[in-house]
Design a binder for this molecule. Structure first.
Ligand SMILES: [Zn+2]
Length: 292
């Protein structure tokens, strides 16, 4: 197999993964448009997330389901009158993409983060552990900036349910360790604003995955608005799709991975002023969950 062919295949796999992140077609949970399970509860002290400073209040979580099943949150309760919306950005990097990064492919997007700072948009970054290892300075900068919170998008960006857009699959008995390895990578990078939320790679999960992650004490976070930014070349189309989809309490999925989502920053510069004009306020996922 030529290098070119290998690269094309690798690109296709990442493409599948990113498309999966934004498709919402495969969540397997059938949870509808609201959090599926019980009301908000304080984060348990044994949460897998790194300890926060004593002064910081524990981020709100959703209570576990029956038999400790990981709870799933998709958007704020319907009928919530307040015009709030959470923009979320998946910082994807698959465990085996190190050689591609070494050849110069950029899985980060510093200009997107800079735009969010300039526009003062509180946001939640769902980061893979592998990304934090590749870009530790950025992980620390994001994770110490009160504008942002870092949530967990697994260490490896492998699938927690198969099939899932061609992603390699995590073995059931390795799922919890994969999530905890990502939290460890955030800690090593020096990130502090880390919340106990987890987004399944590709959004793919089933009850077995929810059961296996129960001991990790995370809240799984899906979305109700797909931005379509993966491999998009038309920022206006991405912005239009988001603007058409957002409702009060919505949760939007986008990406913080320049090589695979090249127009996200441009789209954000359109989306943010438009939504503000419509009366929306941007919140992090922790605030959205806290409002339930
Ligand atoms: Zn992803």
């Amino acid at each position: 197999m030529t290098t070119f062919v290998r690269r094309m295949i690798a690109t296709a796999v990442l493409g599948a993964a990113l498309t999966g992140c934004g498709s919402g077609a495969s969540n397997g949970g059938g949870g509808g448009a609201e959090a599926r399970r019980a009301p908000a509860a304080p984060a348990p002290p044994e949460s897998a997330a790194p300890p926060r400073s004593p002064a910081a209040p524990a981020p709100p979580t959703v209570a576990a389901g029956p038999e400790g099943l990981t709870p799933v949150f998709e958007r704020a309760r319907k009928g919530n009158a307040e015009k709030v919306v959470a923009l979320t950005f998946d910082a994807d990097m698959t465990a085996d993409q190190g050689p591609r990064a070494a050849r110069g492919e950029r899985f980060d997007n510093p200009r997107l983060i800079a735009a969010l700072r300039t526009l003062k948009v509180p946001s939640t970054i769902f980061m893979t552990g592998r990304w934090a290892e590749e870009y530790p300075d950025q992980a620390r900068a994001i994770g110490t900036d009160p504008l942002f919170e870092i949530a967990n998008h697994s260490y490896s960006h492998h699938a927690f349910k198969s099939p899932c857009y061609g992603l390699p699959t995590v073995a059931p008995d390795a799922m919890r360790a994969d999530v905890e390895r990502a939290f460890a990578a955030f800690r090593t990078a020096g990130a502090r604003n880390v919340v106990p939320y987890f987004r399944f790679p590709g959004g793919c999960y089933d009850d077995r995955a929810l059961r296996n992650l129960g001991p990790a004490k995370v809240t799984a976070v899906q979305w109700d608005v797909v931005s379509g930014d993966a491999f998009a070349t038309d920022a206006d189309a991405v912005a239009g799709q988001v603007l058409a989809g957002v409702r009060p309490g919505s949760l939007v999925v986008m990406h913080c991975t320049r090589s695979a989502a090249p127009v996200t920053e441009q789209a954000i510069r359109r989306i943010v002023p438009e939504l503000r004009k419509k009366g929306y306020r941007f919140v992090k996922v922790s605030e959205l969950i806290g409002q339930r």
